[in-house]
Each structure stands twice: as C-alpha cells, then as structure tokens.
Design a protein around this ligand. Structure first.
Ligand SMILES: Nc1nc2c(ncn2[C@@H]2O[C@H](COP(=O)(O)OP(=O)(O)O)[C@@H](O)[C@H]2O)c(=O)[nH]1
Ligand SMILES: Nc1ncnc2c1ncn2[C@@H]1O[C@H](COP(=O)(O)OP(=O)(O)O)[C@@H](O)[C@H]1O
Length: 389
C-alpha cells in the first residue's frame, strides 16, 4: 500500500502578523498548508475583493509574508475549506458544504504554468483552476491564412450542431468590419486595456497578427466549456503554438488554400479589407502556410478547395457524422459535507463526513486521471459516495 493517510489543514501558530496587514489570530475560516519552508494561507479575500478568496505566503526562513499575483478565476469565499498538498506543485482546496460543481479547486504554486508566469511577471505567482468532473471533448484549434475559409467552415459546424460546438470569442485591437458584432465575432478592445489584461494573466494566448493584437482570454474558453460544448478557437499559428504549450489539451487543424491565386481571389471577393490590408495578409500567408505545414503543431491539414468536400472532411476528422449525438454535461450532484476530515491515499482523497446527526458517508475523490489545469479547468475528476453500512 502507498503512503500513510496524511491530512492536514494546519493552522499557523497563533498571533502571526499576516499578509492581510494585521497581527491576528488565524481565523477559523483560514486554512494553511506547508510546502518546504513556505506556508500557503488560504482565506479572507483577495485585495479587498469579497468575491475572490485570498492567498498569502509565509516564508519560514525570512519570517516574511507576501501576497502573490493570483491568476485564473478562483473560488468565492465560503464558510470553510480543507486543503491538502498534492504532487506536482498543486494544493487541492475543498470548499466545505458546497455543491459538487463548485467544491473542488486547485491552487497551483509550482507547476510549469506558474513557473513560466513567475518569469514573465517577475514576481511570486499562484494560479487557480476549478476541478471539473468527467472529461469534456477536446477543444479544437483551427488556423490558416486569412481568406482560406476558416470562419466559413466554423459557421457551418456551429449552424449544423448548435448544441455541440461553441466559439471562443477572441479579443482584438483591430476595427470591427461591417456586420461584425462585439461579443459575438470578437471582443473589440483598446490596445492599452488588452495589454493590461495580458499582464494580469487573463489570456491563454495572444499574438500580433497583421499589425493588430489578438488573444484568447481564459474566460472565453471557460464560458464555452462550462456550458458543456466543445470549444472552437480560430487563431493564428503563433497562438496555436502557445496553446500547444499550455495545459489546454486540444486538437490542432490547419486549413490550406488550393493556391495563392485562389486565396487572393477569396480575400478580394470577401470585400472586407483595403488593398493595403489584402497585400499584408497575402505576404503573411506564405510564411503561415509554411509554418502550418512544417511546425509539427498541427495533427490535421485540410485543403479547402471544394467547400462541401472540405466541410465533410472536417466532420470526419472530428468523428461526427450527420447523426452524431449531442454531448451533454453530467449533472448528478454530490454535495461535500460541511463537517468532514480529509485523508490522502495515493491518488485518492477520502472525504469522511463527521458531526452529529450525519450519516458518516465517505466521499472518494479520484484524481488519478486529472488533466488540464491553470489557467482554466482541471478535468477528469471522479467523485463517488461510499455509504456507511
Ligand atoms: N493568436 C490569435 N490569433 C487570432 C485570434 N483571433 C483571431 N486570430 C487570427 O488572426 C488572424 C486575423 O483574423 P481576422 O482579422 O478576423 O481576419 P480573417 O482571418 O481574414 O477573417 C486570423 O489568422 C485569425 O485566426 C486570437 O485570439 N489569437
Ligand atoms: N472552398 C471555398 N471556395 C470558394 N470560396 C470560399 C471557400 N471557402 C470560403 N470561401 C469564401 O472565401 C472568403 C473567405 O472565407 P472566410 O471564411 O472569411 O476566411 P477566413 O476566416 O479564413 O479568413 C469568404 O467570402 C468565403 O465565402
């Protein structure tokens, strides 16, 4: 058998001067875990925001408190938490007495994503991801040169299977085209606002494309996946490269034109760009097609010559035919008890209901197949109740 049951919601010694700015008793609601020389205290709220649970770090060696940058959307504060240190730089945080779709959270303190963000931001970083039961189907990344037909193919898919696919609405600093709606085709935004949000860790990826800034916010992907739909991202090759390096486990498809002449004709016929912009897009297309075909990012390359044929090939590689079932979200609820103890047994977390008048049921949280992570969602959680006899 593996390691001995180990549980631990350790309160720090009384009377500490904490990062919340006051010398205080640890509050009942605060929870701390120790990793090496550091304690991570989870409680209170983040920068005075009552809707965002706070995180503080205490370094034993320097006896100093610090407030890390907190990335991702974290849990809302509640009546209490259990926390346990997992492998690979994560802390499992269980909200007491919460419904199962909001009870399991992961605070990443030393994962590759967090290490990368630390380097980028030059300061201490932690990142939240929400635990989600089961596995949604992989998001789909579609790239290809401007005018090749990505938008057309995506629209066909969304029209035919409206409850199966959802579009990740990107942010961009380019001006809206005639008929483009903010929040539907893009979130049209200001460069300084977008740069600030990138700095705040709100984006899964971003890139400068044809002279404008484009990016996928973490939220835009979460909105789609949380609704139980398969998320489609229409992003350029640089963005696809970033997504490939992130925790988002996706399918990567590159769409090629039959020829450069045909691409030019399509761009002109669309009538949405000025001559100067068309020239810029055609110049970039060459490099993009080369990168798409040879970068090793894309598992699938589609040639969009005849539209109907290309659409059929797209559906084939996504494993859907005309009678494909509509995928849904699992809704069975298991509420985590307010009073409980938590024990770790290898990859399983045993949550034992305690307290008077309870049935002493045990809930088993199986983390052996989790995937994904911050920023976004940790998927693949299995939750089961073992009734006490
Ligand atoms: N990296 C990245 N690229 C994006 C994003 N959204 C759109 N793009 C890409 O930006 C490029 C230009 O998009 P757009 O201005 O809508 O022109 P279009 O491709 O000709 O329709 C295309 O290659 C898109 O795939 C994003 O969020 N991130
Ligand atoms: N297979 C095709 N044959 C001819 N025209 C096409 C084909 N696919 C797309 N188009 C047209 O080409 C233009 C560019 O397509 P669009 O979907 O906007 O490209 P993208 O999103 O890749 O920039 C649109 O006017 C569209 O109707």
């Amino acid at each position: 058998m593996g390691e001995a049951p180990a549980f631990f919601v350790n309160h720090l010694e009384n009377g500490y001067t904490n990062g919340f700015g006051v010398k205080s008793e640890p509050k009942n609601r605060d929870t701390s875990v120790q990793i090496g020389d550091r304690s991570f205290v989870i409680g209170g709220n983040h920068e005075g925001n009552p809707l965002f649970l706070g995180v503080q770090i205490h370094d034993k060696i320097t006896n100093k408190w610090s407030s890390p940058s907190v990335l991702g959307t974290g849990p809302k504060p509640c009546k209490g938490y259990s926390a346990i240190v997992l492998k690979n730089g994560r802390i499992l945080v269980i909200k007491k007495g919460s419904a199962s779709d909001d009870s399991i959270w992961f605070l990443e303190v030393d994962t590759s994503f967090v290490r990368e963000q630390k380097k980028l931001l030059g300061r201490e970083v932690v990142a939240w991801s929400k635990g989600v039961r089961g596995n949604a189907e992989k998001p789909i990344v579609i790239s290809g040169p401007s005018g090749v037909g990505k938008g057309t193919l995506i629209s066909m898919l969304m029209k035919e299977f409206p409850s199966m696919f959802g579009f990740s609405v990107s942010h961009t600093t380019r001006a809206p085209r005639f008929m483009e709606k903010c929040g539907v085709h893009y979130h049209f935004t200001d460069k300084t606002v977008m740069e600030k949000e990138i700095k705040d860790g709100k984006f899964l990826e971003f890139a400068s494309v044809h002279g404008n800034l484009y990016g996928t916010s973490i939220e835009s992907v979460e909105v789609v996946t949380d609704s139980g739909k398969r998320c489609i991202l229409d992003i350029d090759v640089q963005g696809a490269r970033s997504v490939k390096a992130s925790s988002l486990d996706a399918i990567f498809i590159f769409v090629c034109p039959p020829s450069m002449n045909e691409l030019e004709d399509r761009l002109r016929a669309r009538g949405t760009e000025t001559e100067e912009q068309i020239q810029k897009r055609l110049r970039n297309a060459d490099a993009e097609i080369k990168a798409g075909e040879s970068s090793g990012i894309f598992e699938h390359i589609l040639y969009n010559d005849n539209l109907e044929e290309c659409y059929k090939n797209l559906k084939n590689l996504l494993g859907i035919d005309d009678h494909a079932p509509v995928n849904g979200v699992e809704v069975e609820g298991i509420n985590l008890p307010k009073e409980h103890t938590v024990t770790k047994m290898e990859e399983k977390i045993l949550i034992q209901e305690t307290g008077e008048g309870t049935k002493n049921n045990m809930i088993v949280l199986d983390l052996s197949s989790i995937n994904g992570g911050a920023p976004g969602r940790t998927r693949g959680i299995v939750l089961d109740t073992v009734k006490s006899s």
